[in-house]
Ligand binder design. Sequence first.
Ligand SMILES: Cc1ncc(COP(=O)(O)O)c(C=O)c1O
Length: 264
Amino acid sequence: MPDVYRGPHRGDDAGIRYAEAVSNAAQDAEENGGVAAFFCESAVSCGGQIILPPGYLHEAYAAVRAAGGVCVADEVQTGFGRAGSHFWMFETQDVVPDIVTLGKPIGNGHPLGAVITTLEIAASFANGMEYFNTFGGNPVSCAAGLAVLDVIRDEELQQNAHEVGAYLKAKLIELKNRHSLVGDVRGEGLFMGIELVHDRLTLEPAGREAAILIEQMKEKGILLSTDGPFHNVIKIKPPLVFSRRDADELVAKMGVVLTDPQRA
Ligand SMILES: Cc1ncc(COP(=O)(O)O)c(C=O)c1O
């Protein structure tokens, strides 16, 4: 896990160091029959809202391709403008994947998924192998997907993710400055994680406190959830229409809960 907060590599060269692990795995695999593919979310969602360190995908992709594999970016949770600065989160790593997988937000609730790839890789499936899918290519779903793209463009939702994301992150960092339980605030656009710890030096995870916090926030009408191997990372991935007022409400209520969890 290329985690610069909790993992073994935390310095400026962390991206390169974590990519070495991918390179080693690719070399091992090459010696044992070959590498098919390297799958990586462009920011690791359920692993704890991990923002990949600079250079990670660039180096990892180079190593996988050198070993004969293709590189797959999973943009199910991270794509469609959520990153704010870019439409796809992989662009923040300055790479071009061979295959991109898309789901959930592509249909804004309508069940839809898609795979995007190069002509060469697509053509390699046209070899007589049978691929069957009951709902594949459904024109109603495709119409829903196209409508979603129009709304993202017309309502400037990527720009909104960029602006409101930066605003929310600054406010969450203020919370971190006031509450020692908040060990880390990280994110890009409206893809945000708040890691709760008992001790900022040992990083002892505060999973129980995270569970209590989301329960108390639910009482206040705000639905959050936890992620990460220790269930101590509060994930914030709101709809891209999320406003500054929504951000203010979220942070104010979280501030109350963090100040006095017993009475909140
Ligand atoms: C990161 C990620 N990838 C893939 C999937 C699976 O998506 P689908 O159900 O559209 O196949 C999910 C679903 O939760 C996901 O969160």
